[in-house]
Write a protein that binds this ligand. Structure first.
Ligand SMILES: [Zn+2]
Length: 489
């Protein structure tokens, strides 16, 4: 992230300088001459992380496809769990065709859909994620400046950071203009960045191997991208702008991988290919093109794709039944592959003329799948939709609530709960679950507002909801400024 990191440093320094100069006497201005010697304090970094997450969710097109995000998060947390670092890692997928990934403040990592499309194996995707994770564990982004912080400043820094990291051309020009007056020793900064990149490769390859991914994948992926970029320099992948590939870098990656112990045997897994089919389908729907089958696809992938197409375009029952027959077989043969049963549930929920017999058969299978993958949010969300389409709304609510409690990512599940309650005209509950969803993406102000709305919308007595609000407000009292009053007994 060499070039961008450089800009981040300057913009952060600039913004923090501005922030400080507003609130402190000029004699107390922070020493901006030695930004690399000090780091953010933890509280500031957490604040930045929350504001950054809010900005991702409000200013950008995030991918909310349950299967896509679950797939990326599984890889991310598998690697993060091998770092020995207890930071609050979070992984988000950005709908952006450029081949890119980034590490933001406080362990927030972004993966562009373009990167997922560009990798040729799960190991290659894992290698880029491991590299970004290493930037976090080595604290490359953290710089502490002594300044008087307040929410407004933190939010504007986070917004800028998101704009730089996601790589908007226009913003970069703005950044360059802002940087102009900073007067840093650019070369020194650049050296530090190269050092950071090299360190992120070094540690990343170690994390990769520990998570049982191919340690050679990082070098291979960057080498292939670089080769493709040489043939067409006008369309240099975004990630190569921030991660220049040199012979030296590739040789170091190869040397590092050679020192790694061999991997354990792994079950074959076609998840990446199926996830790419999902992304393709979404892209084609957006651009209203026809989907084509690739010659290199396996029979399973052809079947998965056929079901995606039939689900998203009007088709006759005969065609639909035919495609579901092969999907059903795949489900029975591969119970560990949750993507098959998820697609069956998704397809049935979307079907206008539902077949009762099939619905009940899928429900039975889904219950078995839920027991098999209790922590998979994508399965939970598809299962809830299935229950709702069977008019088992209360069971859907209970399942979502009980399974969501200790999950790291609560945004989508709480959004769904809010929608369900809103459809029943239970506005107080709808506001409450929105408040929980907003807090999960760091939007504390919005959460406070929605919590107040929930309280205002309680008709008569609603002890259950009052109790929930009380528990929630107390649990997050340090983030939510509102007074927490015990509900009247
Ligand atoms: Zn990097």
């Amino acid at each position: 992230m060499q070039y961008r990191r450089l800009m981040i440093k300057h913009i952060l320094a600039f913004l923090l300088f501005q922030a400080s100069s507003l609130s402190v006497h000029s004699a107390e201005l922070p020493d901006l001459g030695a930004p690399d010697l000090i780091e953010y304090d933890q509280q500031t970094e957490e604040q930045l992380g929350r504001a950054f997450t809010t900005s991702l969710h409000t200013d950008y097109s995030l991918n909310y496809d349950p299967e896509v995000v679950s797939f990326v998060r599984k890889i991310g947390h598998k690697i993060a769990s091998q770092t020995g670092n207890h930071r609050n890692f979070r992984f988000y997928v950005i709908n952006n065709d450029s081949i890119n990934a980034f590490a933001g403040p406080d362990g927030v990592i972004g993966i562009h859909t373009g990167l997922i499309q560009a990798v040729q194996s799960e190991d290659e995707l894992a290698s880029v994620i491991a590299h970004e994770i290493a930037h976090v564990t080595q604290r490359h982004l953290s710089r502490r400046y002594e300044y008087q912080s307040n929410q407004g400043n933190i939010a504007s820094i986070a917004t800028m950071l998101a704009a730089i990291l996601i790589g908007m051309q226009d913003t970069n020009a703005g950044m360059a203009a802002l940087m102009g007056g900073m007067g840093y020793n650019m070369e020194q900064q650049l050296k530090n960045s190269r050092m950071h990149e090299s360190e992120a490769d070094f540690k990343g390859i170690e994390f990769l191997q520990k998570a049982n991914y191919d340690p050679y994948a990082m070098g291979q992926f960057f080498a292939r991208l670089s080769k493709a970029g040489q043939n067409n320099s006008s369309s240099l992948p975004e990630i190569l702008r921030s991660h220049p590939v040199t012979g030296h870098r590739l040789a170091e990656a190869e040397n590092r991988a050679q020192t790694m112990p061999p991997l354990k045997a792994r079950e074959p897994d076609n998840s990446l290919n199926l996830i790419k089919l999902r992304l393709n389908q979404a892209n084609l729907q957006r651009d209203s093109h026809n989907l084509f089958f690739s010659e290199n696809q396996s029979a399973a992938e052809n079947c998965y794709q056929l079901n995606l197409i039939n689900m998203n375009s009007p088709t006759n029952d005969e065609k639909m039944n035919k495609s579901r027959t092969c999907l059903w077989q795949l489900m029975k043969d591969n119970p560990q592959q949750i993507l098959y049963s998820n697609l069956m549930m998704e397809s049935i929920v979307k079907d206008q003329h539902k077949n009762k017999e099939l619905l009940n058969r899928v429900l039975k299978y889904a219950e078995y799948q839920q027991a098999l993958h209790p922590n998979d949010v994508s399965g939970l969300l598809r299962y809830a939709d299935l229950l709702i389409s069977l008019d088992k709304v209360e069971l859907a609510q209970q399942t979502l609530e009980s399974r969501n409690e200790n999950q790291k990512y609560q945004y989508q599940v709480n959004q769904k709960l809010s929608e369900i309650y809103a459809s029943q005209q239970k506005n107080a509950e709808a506001y409450y679950f929105q408040a929980v969803a907003q807090l999960n993406i760091g939007n504390t102000e919005r959460s406070e507002y929605l919590l107040k709305k929930a309280e205002q919308n309680i008709n008569g007595t609603n002890f259950i909801l009052e109790h929930k609000i009380f528990i929630f407000s107390n649990k997050y009292a340090n983030l939510l400024k509102k007074d927490t009053k015990r509900p009247e007994q």
